[in-house]
Design a protein around this ligand. Structure first.
Ligand SMILES: [Fe+2]
Ligand SMILES: [Fe+2]
Ligand SMILES: [Fe+2]
Length: 486
């Protein structure tokens, strides 16, 4: 029977050779592949919904675990991976919408055991288990499912899904690779042995679900929850690793220096790299808004996650800037977490969004992002100019995201700005109190950083720049005087 089919195929192919041997079928696949039975639309949609569910849950887990994760590199990787997952979830939603009329049922949990699988990883009690669950179980299972889809479906009839799988696999591959390197550095054999039972539980979830794509018969095993036995609680307190030794330090007011025309551009690039690196607190804060604001349209999460990733990127641009100038930033630059800490613990999610909107729309006028870019241009540090150029472009987009998702709940723009200002003003920045409690001495770290950069530049420090000593005690970062509450 099979022989007959092959023979028929060969004869058929011989009779319909492409014009002068050009690639047939737009180069998508061979004639033989295009004849395979593939998946029905019904089965295709059923599988796509499961991949979508996986990406959506992964997006949520990556986001929810940014704030309290102390390790800077992991915060950055989670920010990127949350963005990737949000983008692929978006593409899958669109594809399902191309094949089916609403309601699409995209918010339905496709399988109770898959739900437990992701709940367990979300609730992983420490970084090591989180990494193992994400990068050694969830993402590889999704990778396998997408590869299976490519193998099973008809590449001509279902070409749009195949395309989507190919792009998704590219970034899943990147995530798995980064994750494997993190695990190699952070997870030792003891931890692996200790977590073996839990990893087995994750495997059991998948076999009970008939694998991630639901193409296998269920094992029928009843799963009992371990880490997720108690519902997951988001931890809003930002944590930093040991390279952030003075997280309450608010001794160096970057903005006052930056807008002082008496100071030259070159040292101002240091203040801008400091400001960029300090943007690490925006992902920490935005992760809390995204995690604690359920029930929004999907595009809200997608846009907010893109912004979160941009902010993480800005932080890394600061890191690169310091590295380029030979400044040992973890030792010399005190990157505080006071803003994300205060907002996450003192404000409701919508109030945090209001503060973000208020600050970002204030960055757009002439003295904001344009000024930073012009200073960087004048400094003759091309890297600083490049970073400010992109920082500016990104912040313009963030102002638009703010208009799309925050502003529209207000009668007019002025009300939205006023509310943001009011929320920002009620945030308590306990400058003096932190010192009294011994959390920081607000040591002025600026002279050391400036001296290190001067050494790199091969110039003598300018005494006036060296003497800069203005803190955030009286002036907040948007250059508005602090109110009595602080
Ligand atoms: Fe930012
Ligand atoms: Fe930025
Ligand atoms: Fe921004």
């Amino acid at each position: 029977m099979a022989m007959l089919f092959l023979l028929a195929t060969r004869i058929h192919m011989n009779t319909t050779a492409s014009y002068r041997n050009l690639p047939p079928l737009a180069g998508l696949c061979s004639m033989t592949d295009a004849m395979k039975p593939g998946l029905s639309v019904e089965e295709c949609v059923r599988r796509l919904k499961r991949y979508h569910y996986a990406f959506k849950r992964l997006h949520h887990i990556f986001t929810a675990r940014i704030t309290a994760e102390p390790v800077y590199e992991l915060k950055m990787a989670f920010s990127l991976h949350a963005h990737y997952c949000a983008e692929h979830a978006t593409t899958l939603r669109k594809r399902v919408g191309e094949m089916r009329e609403p309601p699409l049922g995209l918010e339905v949990v496709p399988d109770a055991n898959l739900e437990i699988f992701f709940d367990e990883i979300l609730a992983a009690p420490n970084t090591e288990e989180l990494l193992l669950g994400l990068y050694e179980r969830a993402l590889p299972a999704l990778e396998q499912a997408l590869e299976q889809h490519q193998a099973d479906t008809n590449p001509l009839a279902d070409a749009p899904s195949v395309r989507l799988c190919r792009f998704a696999l590219l970034e899943i591959g990147d995530m798995v690779e980064t994750g494997a390197k993190c695990i190699a550095s952070l997870v030792d054999r003891n931890t692996r042995e200790r977590t073996a039972n839990w990893l087995e539980l994750l495997d059991d979830c998948l076999t009970a679900a008939g694998e991630l794509d639901g193409t296998q018969p269920s094992s029928g095993k009843t799963i009992s929850r371990q880490h997720s036995a108690k519902p997951y609680q988001f931890d809003p307190v930002p944590r930093r690793d040991e390279r952030f030794p003075d997280p309450y330090n608010m001794a160096v007011n970057a903005e006052v220096f930056l807008y002082d025309e008496n100071f030259p551009p070159a040292p101002k690039t240091l203040m801008m790299f400091y400001k960029r690196l300090r943007e690490i607190d925006v992902p920490e804060m935005m992760a809390s808004i995204i995690t604690e604001t359920p029930g929004k349209p999907w595009d809200y999460y997608r846009d907010m996650s893109r912004q979160l990733w941009d902010e993480a990127r800005h932080a890394m641009m600061g890191e690169v800037g310091f590295t380029q100038l030979g400044v040992d930033w973890p030792k010399q630059v005190m990157i505080n977490h006071t803003w994300s800490l205060a907002l996450n613990t003192q404000l409701k999610p919508v109030e945090r969004h209001a503060v973000l909107y208020f600050i970002e729309q204030g960055l757009m006028p002439k003295n904001g992002k344009r000024h930073e870019w012009e200073v960087a241009q004048a400094s003759h540090n091309p890297l600083a100019a490049l970073f400010q150029d992109y920082d500016w472009a990104d912040e313009v987009r963030h102002a638009r995201i703010g208009r799309d998702w925050y502003l529209k709940d207000f009668a007019n723009a002025a009300d939205a700005v006023r509310y943001g200002d009011a929320c920002w003003s009620k945030v308590l920045m306990n400058w003096e109190n932190w010192r009294a409690q011994g959390l920081t001495q607000h040591r002025n770290w600026w002279p050391d950083v400036y001296r290190a950069a001067c050494q790199h530049w091969g110039v003598e420090p300018d005494p006036a720049v060296l003497a800069y000593n203005t803190s955030y005690e009286k002036v907040r970062a948007d250059l508005k005087e602090l109110t009595g509450s602080a």
